[in-house]
Design a protein around this ligand. Structure first.
Ligand code: BOM
Length: 141
């Protein structure tokens, strides 16, 4: 659900500042990670893909091939309040997006494509959070 996704985004987003330097993602492109979900934010920058890889690695959410680690992602999402209602769907949506861009060899470019696909599909599935929902739970993490 969108409520659970707001918790996951708030927690995951805390890793952004640790990843800014090595990813090269400027504050002009994305100031706070929760803006990822804004209607007018376009998920297109290669540096955002690099940042998502770096952030995911902080929580061991990727395999050696820079694809999602299914078990770890499932467990990560399950750890949030009501996480079990979202974990399976989230893993399914991300994996479905990964399959569409599997031939891309640049990891950062591929991951930003996967993230853009995930944003579209999460909205369609009704599990995308409003930025205000994320801001309401930011202080918990
Ligand atoms: O193939 C690499 C898969 C990378 C998984 C991350 C995709 C989505 C990241 C952008 C949105 C994040 C929102 C919440 C946290 C989900 C972990």
């Amino acid at each position: 659900t969108a409520e659970v996704m707001s918790h996951v985004t708030a927690h995951f987003g805390k890793a952004l500042e640790e990843c800014r330097e090595e990813s090269g993602l400027s504050a002009e492109v994305l100031e706070e990670f929760q803006h990822f979900w804004r209607e007018d934010f376009e998920v297109v920058h290669r540096e955002l893909g690099c940042a998502i890889i770096c952030m995911s690695n902080k929580f061991s959410l990727l395999q050696d091939d820079t694809r999602m680690h299914h078990v770890n992602m499932h467990d990560y999402v399950k750890g949030f309040p009501n996480g079990h209602v979202l974990s399976e769907k989230l893993v399914e949506l991300i994996h479905n997006c990964e399959k569409q861009f599997d031939s891309m060899t640049d990891d950062c470019e591929r991951v930003v494509k996967v993230a853009a696909c995930f944003k579209v599909d999460a909205k369609a599935a009704g599990i995308a959070p409003e930025v205000a929902m994320i801001e309401a739970v930011m202080e918990k993490y």
